[in-house]
Design a protein around this ligand. Structure first.
Ligand code: HEC
Ligand code: HEC
Length: 461
């Protein structure tokens, strides 16, 4: 009898414990009912469905990539003699900017401020080419006629993106792919020419001047070894091949795509999330809460490709104007992303004006400057933007002299209607409850910190 009572007591206590565990877990009750075993593992911070991630195969750098590495770190190519690719895309800072300035300084005297925040160079190797429409043209197709595509695309209504139905499944008709915040370059090679020659950046001056410097560089011999003796006599070819080599370096060197974050380990069942990280992960994926995964995709592909935390699409979020950017001292100047002023082919495609490329969130927790105009300096400010942009815009935007809140003040009035007001959490009305409480914002930040790579060993010069 006594034994029976004790057993019953133990069972009751166990059941109570289990109920408390279930109730205290951040998982919805429905999940516990439909899948108790998986829910138990998840509630303990473990991944109930571990996968084997397919990482790029690590191999020694080819001769081409080794040459590219030398070019990447060569500051003699800039007019100031002080800027290399690595100065702005710092290997010690996950190939992002080394400081919290909204844009880097360059030019001959290092006094000209750039116009946009420096993006990280990591995880770009799979970036698709720029296109508009659900069905990007295959590599063998002729180049798509962008204005024509736009005309077709704008006739089809937009689908709302949520963490449960991302644009990849919804086949949204929005611009996608490409490099730079506005997608104006398609390949890493083509891309590198921009900063090399831009008067605000390395200010190389002209192809001829850069070619002369390459001919005089200690690694000049590698060019003739790789491309034949005539390469040094053809400035255009020489600079182009140098940038091809830089692109090879970014593609081959493991430090640009280590996939070594805690989250990667978790996906593989080799790490356990803390309770704060787990809550953040669930909020990140919950369409009624953060809904971040709608655009910053966080699930591996069925064949084990690790998630890149971007859907490679463009959105107009309407981030506030940054008064610290020199270019913004001119009230008539607006950075309209896809529409210009740094690309001109889509200047007339007004539905896309104000759209910028969705960046990866891998290593975002290490950055000190956020969004295309570098307006924010920590993740708390970014989360507040998503939370209060619509529910309490006075917290996000300045007021005009008449007291009116200047919502979307970094876009000309005619383009403000392009701002995304349909995808959660950006679909709320003034006065509504914000999507996230301060505590929930903290939890999402804890989750974002699990996206920081732990091995950057290959990056040391
Ligand atoms: C003065 C700072 C600076 C220097 C030097 C610099 N960059 Fe950049 N880089 C930027 C900025 C700013 C952007 C974003 C520009 C934009 O979107 O219009 C950028 C964008 C890029 C991108 C596109 C990234 C993306 O997410 O789309 C690549 C690739 C790149 N740079 C490679 C290079 C290479 C290679 C070099 C050296 C030849 C270099 N950069 C030198 C500032 C710099
Ligand atoms: C509708 C798509 C969409 C959703 C939903 C979304 N983002 Fe973004 N995110 C973007 C785009 C587009 C940008 C770049 C906008 C710009 O610079 O103008 C961005 C930029 C960011 C940046 C800045 C990264 C950098 O390198 O500058 C962070 C951090 C970020 N998002 C986090 C989040 C979090 C956290 C959530 C969920 C609360 C979220 N995002 C939801 C599209 C989205």
């Amino acid at each position: 009898m006594r034994i029976l009572v004790s057993l019953a007591l133990v069972a009751t206590l166990g059941l109570c414990g289990a109920i408390v565990f279930v109730l205290r877990s951040p998982l919805p009750a429905g999940d516990w009912l439909t899948n108790p075993a998986a829910s138990y593992e998840l509630a303990r911070g473990e991944n109930p469905h571990p996968v084997v991630l397919v990482r790029p195969v690590a191999a020694p750098l080819s001769a081409m990539a080794q040459l590219g590495k030398q070019v990447f770190f060569d500051s003699s190519l800039s007019s100031s003699g002080r800027l290399s690719c690595a100065s702005c895309h710092s290997p010690q800072h996950f190939y992002g900017p080394p400081n919290s300035q909204p844009a880097m300084f360059g030019g001959p005297d290092m006094k000209r401020q750039g116009v946009r925040a420096v993006p990280s160079l990591m995880y770009l190797e799979a970036q698709p080419s720029f296109s508009i429409g659900p069905d990007p043209a295959g590599e063998n197709d002729t180049l798509p006629n962008l204005p024509q595509l736009t005309a077709q695309a704008t006739k089809i209504p937009r689908v709302t993106k949520t963490a449960q139905s991302t644009a990849q499944t919804a086949a949204n008709i929005v611009p996608q792919g490409g490099l730079f915040w506005d997608g104006r370059a398609d390949t890493l090679q083509e891309q590198a020419m921009g900063p090399l020659l831009s008067p605000f950046e390395m200010d190389g001056g002209s192809i001829a001047r850069v070619a002369a410097k390459l001919r005089a560089a200690p690694y000049a011999k590698s060019f003739t070894e790789l491309f034949g003796p005539n390469i040094l006599n053809d400035p255009q070819m020489l600079v182009s091949e140098a940038m091809f080599a830089v692109a090879r370096y970014q593609i081959e060197d493991e430090s640009f795509h280590p996939f070594s974050s805690k989250y990667d380990a978790w996906l593989e069942g080799k790490a356990r999330l803390s309770q704060a990280e787990l809550r953040g992960y669930l909020l990140y994926n919950d369409p009624a809460k953060g809904d971040c995964a709608a655009c910053h995709l966080d699930q591996p592909s069925p064949d084990g490709q690790p998630p890149l935390f971007t859907d490679h699409q463009y959105e107009a979020l309407g981030v506030p104007r940054n008064p610290d950017l020199a270019a913004n001292r001119n009230p008539a100047y607006f950075d309209e992303g896809i529409c210009g002023p740094y690309r001109s082919d889509l200047a007339k495609e007004t539905p896309y004006c104000g759209m910028f490329l969705t960046p990866t969130l891998r290593n975002a927790a290490t950055r000190h400057v956020f969004f295309h105009n570098g307006v924010y300096h920590n993740l708390k400010q970014v989360l507040d933007f998503y939370d209060f942009r619509d529910t309490d815009p006075a917290r996000i935007y300045p007021r005009a002299v008449d007291g009116k809140v200047e919502k979307f003040n970094d876009l000309p009035p005619s383009f403000q209607r392009n701002v995304d007001v349909t995808d959660p959490p950006l679909n709320r009305q003034p006065g509504e409850m914000p999507a996230l409480t301060p505590k929930e914002e903290e939890d999402i930040i804890a989750f974002l910190k699990t996206l920081t790579d732990t091995s950057m060993s290959a990056a040391t010069h």
